[in-house]
Design a protein around this ligand. Structure first.
Ligand code: PEP
Length: 257
C-alpha cells in the first residue's frame, strides 16, 4: 500500500450469493463489528437485484455498494441487461468490469470490457477492472504479456483525468475461489508490472494515483502480507466477503498504521 499517493480500497464480491433478506442480516452483524476509524474505502459488490436492499442496509456502515456487472449500451432492446445510468441513478459508486468468471463463462472480450469501462466512467462511477492469467499461462511464462494486453485494452481511449477513478484488480484465475493464493511476491510483481504499464501509457504522476487490488482467495490470514506489497492497494474479496468477521478482519488489516 502507499496511502500517500492513492486510496486503499477493500471490495467484496458476493457473486451469485445472498438474498435481500440475507443482505439485511449481514448488515446487522456488520453493525456490531465494523471498525469506526478507517483509512481504507470499503465496498461490497452485490447481485443486481439486491442493490437497493444493500444501499438501505449499509447506509450507516460507511460501506459503499457496487455492482458486479453492467452493460455498455445506454438503453434499448437488451432484455435482461442493466445500464450504467440505471446503476448510477440507484446510488451505485463502483462496478466490477471483466471479472474472469464473466470472461470465461459469459464470453466477455477485451473489446467489450473496454466499452464497459467507458460506460461506467461516463456515469461518474469507478470501474474495478479485473485482469489475470490462467494457470496454463502462468506455467508458460506469459503472465506479464497477457496482463499487460488486458490492461492496455481495458484502458484504450480512457483520458488521463479519468484514471484516478479506475481501479485495477489483479486476479490470477487459478487463485479465485480455489483457496490457492498467489504469494505476496508473485502478486506484488504483477501489480508492479500493471503500474509500469499505466506509467508507460499515462506517465508517472497518473500511475502512482491508481489503486491496484489483489484478488484470489484473500483471507484474514494472508491479507496483511499481501497488502504490505508497495503496489497492492487493497483487495477484491469473494468467499471471505460473505462472512462478516472475516471481511472485517481484512478491513482491519488494510487499516493498520
Ligand atoms: C473474486 O470473486 O473476485 C475472488 C477473488 O474470489 P475469492 O476471494 O473467493 O477467491
Amino acid at each position: 500500500m502507499n496511502r500517500r499517493y492513492r486510496k486503499t480500497v477493500i471490495a467484496g464480491n458476493w457473486k451469485m450469493n445472498m438474498t435481500a433478506t440475507e443482505t439485511k442480516k449481514f448488515a446487522e452483524e456488520m453493525k456490531k463489528i465494523m471498525p469506526r476509524a478507517k483509512w481504507c474505502d470499503t465496498l461490497i459488490c452485490v447481485p443486481a437485484c439486491n442493490i437497493s436492499a444493500a444501499l438501505r442496509a449499509f447506509k450507516d456502515l460507511r460501506i459503499s455498494v457496487g455492482s458486479e456487472n453492467v452493460y455498455f449500451e445506454e438503453k434499448g432492446a437488451y432484455t435482461g441487461e442493466i445500464s450504467a445510468g440505471m446503476l448510477r441513478d440507484l446510488g451505485v459508486k463502483y462496478v466490477i468490469v471483466g471479472h474472469s468468471e464473466r470472461r470465461e463463462r459469459f464470453g466477455e472480450t477485451d473489446a467489450g470490457v473496454n466499452k464497459k469501462v467507458h460506460a461506467v466512467l461516463a456515469e461518474g462511477m469507478s470501474p474495478i477492472i479485473c485482469v489475470g492469467e490462467s494457470l496454463e499461462q502462468r506455467e508458460m511464462g506469459v503472465t506479464g504479456e497477457w496482463v499487460t494486453l488486458q490492461v492496455k485494452s481495458a484502458l484504450h481511449g480512457v483520458p488521463a483525468d479519468k484514471l484516478r477513478r479506475c481501479i485495477v484488480a489483479y486476479e490470477p484465475i487459478w487463485a479465485i475461489g480455489t483457496g490457492k493464493t498467489a504469494t505476496a511476491e508473485q502478486a506484488g510483481e504483477v501489480c508492479g508490472n500493471i503500474r509500469a504499464t499505466i506509467r508507460a501509457m499515462y506517465g508517472a504522476r497518473v500511475a502512482r494515483s491508481v489503486t491496484i487490488q489483489y484478488g484470489g482467495s484473500m483471507t484474514p490470514q494472508n491479507a496483511a502480507e499481501l497488502l504490505a506489497q508497495p503496489d497492492i492497494d487493497g483487495g477484491l474479496i469473494g468467499g471471505a466477503s460473505l462472512k462478516p468477521e472475516q471481511f472485517v478482519e481484512i478491513v482491519n488489516a488494510a487499516n493498520q498504521d
